[in-house]
Design a protein around this ligand. Structure first.
Ligand SMILES: COc1ccccc1NC(=O)N[C@H](C(=O)N(CC(=O)NO)CC1CCCC1)C(C)(C)C
Ligand SMILES: [Zn+2]
Length: 185
């Protein structure tokens, strides 16, 4: 079972690596690891398990955050209209909206044990081509909060941290000449 002890923290070089593609079809090992990552997110959102194991309520986890050099991540979002779980290999952003969004409270990261203030501009809508747990190619269309989570995780696969997107001069400045609005998760 993955716990916070297994989560790599900032400073570890693997968080700044461009990770390697996973050969398709995925091996049993690849699939087991990705399933474990999704289970961690579910556990972290279960008050009982999260309380017992001191887990931060996570909505997304990328492979390098548990020390694996593989282009894969899991996302688990449980909201009013049910739960959305994604386990993806080799995701590729195929298109995105011009309009952008950001979380008014900013972003955090399971690998960052400090608050980093500032707005993180993200595309409002994205289309992602990836491979699912069975190695089938899937096209995933997202908008709003789920799109933010996916972009946060895809950044991790390329060694990008959320705070790389925060304006250095004014963390709460929004990109000029951009259609951008705040969204709540
Ligand atoms: C059940 O949990 C929630 C319910 C409603 C709103 C928010 C959350 N949880 C989170 O946003 N959780 C964040 C998260 O998992 N991540 C993922 C991460 O660090 N991946 O590498 C950071 C988020 C910031 C924006 C998108 C992902 C942390 C860094 C605060 C743990
Ligand atoms: Zn993160």
């Amino acid at each position: 079972m993955i716990t916070m002890d297994d989560i790599v923290r900032e400073g570890d070089p693997i968080l700044r690596k461009v990770l390697d593609e996973v050969n398709m079809p995925p091996t049993e090992e690849d699939k087991a690891e990705l399933r474990c990552m999704l289970q961690f997110l579910k556990n972290s959102q279960d008050p009982e398990i999260a309380g017992k194991c001191n887990l931060r309520a996570g909505v997304g986890l990328s492979a390098n955050q548990i020390g694996l050099n593989k282009r894969m991540f899991a996302v688990y979002i449980a909201d009013e209209d049910g739960e959305k779980a994604y386990t993806v290999f080799n995701p590729k952003l195929v298109s995105h909206s011009i309009s952008m969004i950001y979380l008014p409270q900013g972003e955090g990261c399971l690998s960052v044990d400090r608050k980093v203030d500032g707005f993180v501009p993200r595309y409002e809508r994205i289309k992602v081509k990836a491979y699912d747990l069975d190695g089938n190619e899937v096209l995933i269309k997202l908008k709003g909060y789920p799109a933010i989570v996916f972009q946060h995780e895809m950044d991790h696969l390329n060694g990008i941290m959320f705070y790389d997107h925060i304006n250095k001069d004014n963390p709460f400045a929004l990109p000029a000449n951009t259609d951008i609005r705040s969204v709540y998760e």
